[in-house]
Design a binder for this molecule. Sequence first.
Ligand SMILES: *Cc1c(COP(=O)(O)O)cnc(C)c1O
Length: 223
Amino acid sequence: MPSIKENLKQVTAQLPEGVQLIAVSKFHPVEALQEAYDAGQRLFGENRAQELIAKAPQLPKDIRWHFIGHLQKNKVRAIMPYVSVIQSVDSVELLKLIEKEAARIDRTVDVLLQLHVAQEETKSGFSVDEVMEAGEAGELTCYPHINVCGVMAMASLTDDMEQVAREFDLVRRTYVMLKDGPFDESEHFNHLSMGMSDDWPVAVKYGATLVRIGTAIFGAREY
Ligand SMILES: *Cc1c(COP(=O)(O)O)cnc(C)c1O
């Protein structure tokens, strides 16, 4: 079996310039993360607050942690000292709470707006209509301690790559509408986070600037 280091090398060699890799390390032990770190990886993604809080203090301080899971309101305060980007903001209410908690410890936090474009109801995120309405109402751009840096989405879990492509295309078009609309004066709104182990080449084709890859780097997760 190839090592984590070899997997990382293989994936990064295929990424076009300007596309950053988030190594999704959920359910993997800190030793695996350290191995990736030693191979040069600095961006890591976790999807559960408890796991992030447990792992972060055991690993080097220059890791940039991306939170990519559904964030419960009562966990915002706990992750705030560690997280560098919250990719999974799925409501205006959550934005308001993140603003409050970032202000409380006097920091600024980067976030992405999660869009729901997949067929599965279980996935969270703004619908395209919701995010555009919130943007027009000024509810996405009024937070002094938040930089809204773009959008994040997951495609449907399917082998049908045409379906996946349609969904990523919708994400990209929504990103452009937001960028040309409510965020037209933002210097931060530049990122499209989409693509996982099975669909990242499609995501890159549709303009992803961040890909979130777990299994192809760390192997299968044991839940
Ligand atoms: C787990 C997860 C990933 C990585 O999935 P893989 O298929 O293991 O690459 C990416 N994004 C999110 C939001 C995830 O929860």
